[in-house]
Ligand binder design. Structure first.
Ligand SMILES: [Fe+2]
Length: 279
């Protein structure tokens, strides 16, 4: 029976939000279908039910596109591969390397894509791939120019729409993270699909500028406090407590360890002029 608490959401006539609000996946439909996001273990059954609800035959789903390979974005892959052997898992070259380390059979990548590659689903539905590292080294995004839809993924960090707040997530590099946001901001878009908490409708450029401003504030605060001689562990603890008031999608321990990572990335960053500004 379909889980009515988590019905699909129609974003456009051929783009749907699946999964849960905290951990969404997306379905793009041309002649072929593409699921975007590898889901969590727990969202697997929900996604399957939502596809049934939409009347989509599994054979029609050709691709499973991974924005990146963090644990909360790949959990449904092993079971999806088992029930749908025809599915092609798509990831960046770095993503492929990271997943192969896990288990090459259950997490295997069937198609590696790089910036500029296109995924054509037929009937005019086509996506262009963009490299958007910084959140993770393997992060990639998608742009459907015709519809003005951007799949931002986690490239802008964790944005909580209800609180209009960002937790900037430059876990692999502050500079790459900002460059990726600037790159995405240069693409024409009506909406941006996030890998937590759904879709931004309208005002996408303003959203990117807000993401950069939040990143600048977070980074500068880290640096000022470290320069004052504050204990990095105390700063990390305080940040984790603050993140805990924004969201419950990770445990406190995970938020704390990620807060420590952000302090390290801020310390090693080389901030050049204009890094936090969209031209
Ligand atoms: Fe992530």
């Amino acid at each position: 029976m379909t889980d009515k608490r988590y019905s699909h959401i129609s974003i456009t006539p051929n783009f749907y939000q699946l999964g849960t609000p905290s951990f969404p996946a997306y379905l793009s439909l041309g002649d072929d279908g593409m699921i975007i996001e590898g889901g969590t273990g727990a969202t697997f059954a929900i996604i399957i039910n939502q596809l049934k609800e939409l009347g989509i035959e599994p054979e029609r789903i050709k691709y499973l596109f991974l924005t990146h390979t963090h644990a909360d974005h790949i959990g449904a892959i092993p079971r999806l591969r088992r029930i749908w052997p025809h599915l092609k898992v798509v990831a960046s070259p770095v993503g492929e390397k990271l997943l192969t380390r896990l288990d090459s059979y259950t997490f295997g990548v069937d198609m590696v894509v790089k910036e500029g590659d296109r995924l054509d689903l037929g009937s005019g539905v086509s996506w262009t791939v963009y490299d958007t590292p910084g959140h993770s080294p393997c992060h990639i995004s998608l742009h459907n120019e015709r519809e003005g839809t951007l799949v931002i993924g986690d490239a802008t960090g964790l944005y909580v729409p209800g609180k209009d707040s960002f937790w900037p997530n430059y876990f692999s590099s502050l500079e790459a993270y900002c460059d990726s946001i600037r790159k995405l901001a240069s693409l024409p878009a009506q909406r941006g699909a996030l890998c937590h908490y759904g879709v931004i409708e309208g005002g996408v450029k303003r959203y990117f500028q807000k993401a950069l401003s939040a990143t600048e504030s977070y980074h500068r605060e880290m640096m000022v406090r470290l320069d004052r001689g504050e204990d990095p562990e105390e700063i990390a603890l305080e940040k984790a407590r603050w993140v805990n008031t924004l969201t419950d999608i990770q445990t406190f321990e995970v938020m704390l360890s990620l807060s420590r990572v952000l302090i390290k990335r801020s310390q090693s960053a080389v901030v050049r002029e204009g890094l936090f500004t969209i031209p």
